[in-house]
Design a protein around this ligand. Structure first.
Ligand code: NAP
Length: 249
């Protein structure tokens, strides 16, 4: 394994499960010190920390709600204080609350936008200063194919993920002169807890729309995120990398 993240410190939000855990492990295997955040699933977070330790990575788990902007800024301050730097931020934590527009509740709209979009804003705002001081850094935002295509029954989720793409490009432009790159990935249908609840019949229908004829794995998303966060992507910023098996081109 090429240890291209040696001496680098990464913060991966929502690293307790699914795509976030796979990203944390990919970065950890490649030499990074990895701080994962999680919302409340202590058992899953502990398991990720164990898996990271097993691959020899220095690691830590922090519990905070990414929708709480003050908590985001405290978390970043804490990471910089403890590890001396912060090179990579992956805004992966997210929620998908589905429901038809006419019946969708204000509180579900707010929770979706606050978690998926405001959280990413707050964490990018918090990492900007330490990354500027270090004269470089990389942010990868985990958006979704749904932010590109839309999806009936997912108005809030689609809005949050489309918003994240605009946010990615605006911040990429703003921080580019400081050698801070900001990119996004847009996963298609990935086999995690988030997609477990999709009824079998609907899954079957979705597979018919995916040229590679299968769901993606969290590891496949993780490799794309790691690429964008790595020096191999040193001339890439403001980019949106689709990881969707060809479902949307
Ligand atoms: P998941 O298995 O449901 O895991 C969600 C993660 O986010 C967990 O670590 C969870 O922590 C954390 N989280 C949720 N709300 C949070 C909050 N308010 N504050 C802090 N952490 C919070 O999800 P996933 O499928 O891995 O998805 C990860 C990202 O990829 C999400 O942004 C999702 O929208 C995006 N995505 C997923 C797919 C897919 O098909 N799965 C496709 C496109 C995009 P706890 O463990 O503590 O609950």
């Amino acid at each position: 394994m090429h240890r291209d993240f040696e001496n680098k410190v990464a913060l991966v939000t929502g690293g307790s499960r699914g795509i976030g855990r796979a990203i944390a492990l990919e970065l950890g295997k490649r030499g990074a010190t990895v701080v994962i955040s999680y919302a409340g699933n202590e058992a899953a977070a502990t398991e990720t920390v164990k898996l990271l330790a097993d691959v020899g990575a220095k690691c830590k788990a922090l519990r905070f709600d990414v929708a709480d902007t003050e908590a985001c800024s405290q978390a970043v301050d804490g990471v910089v204080k403890e590890f001396g730097r912060l090179d990579v931020l992956v805004n992966n934590a997210g929620v998908a609350i589905d429901g038809l527009l006419m019946r969708f509740k204000d509180e579900d709209w707010d929770k979706t936008l606050d978690t998926n979009l405001k959280g990413a804003f707050a964490l990018m705002r918090a990492v900007a200063r330490p990354m500027m001081k270090q004269k470089g850094g990389a942010v990868v935002n985990v958006s979704s194919i749904v932010g590109e295509m839309g999806n009936g029954g997912q108005a809030a989720y689609a809005a949050s993920k489309a918003g994240l793409l605009g946010l990615t490009k605006a911040v990429a432009k703003e921080l580019s002169s400081r050698n801070i790159r900001v990119n996004a990935v847009t996963p298609g249908f990935i086999d995690t807890d988030m997609t477990q609840s999709i009824p079998a019949e609907m899954k079957e229908k979705m597979l018919g729309q995916i040229p590679l004829s299968r769901l993606g794995s969290a590891e496949e998303v993780a490799k794309s995120v790691a690429f964008l966060a790595s020096d191999a992507a040193s001339y890439i910023t403001g980019e949106v990398l689709k990881v969707n098996g060809g479902m949307y081109m």
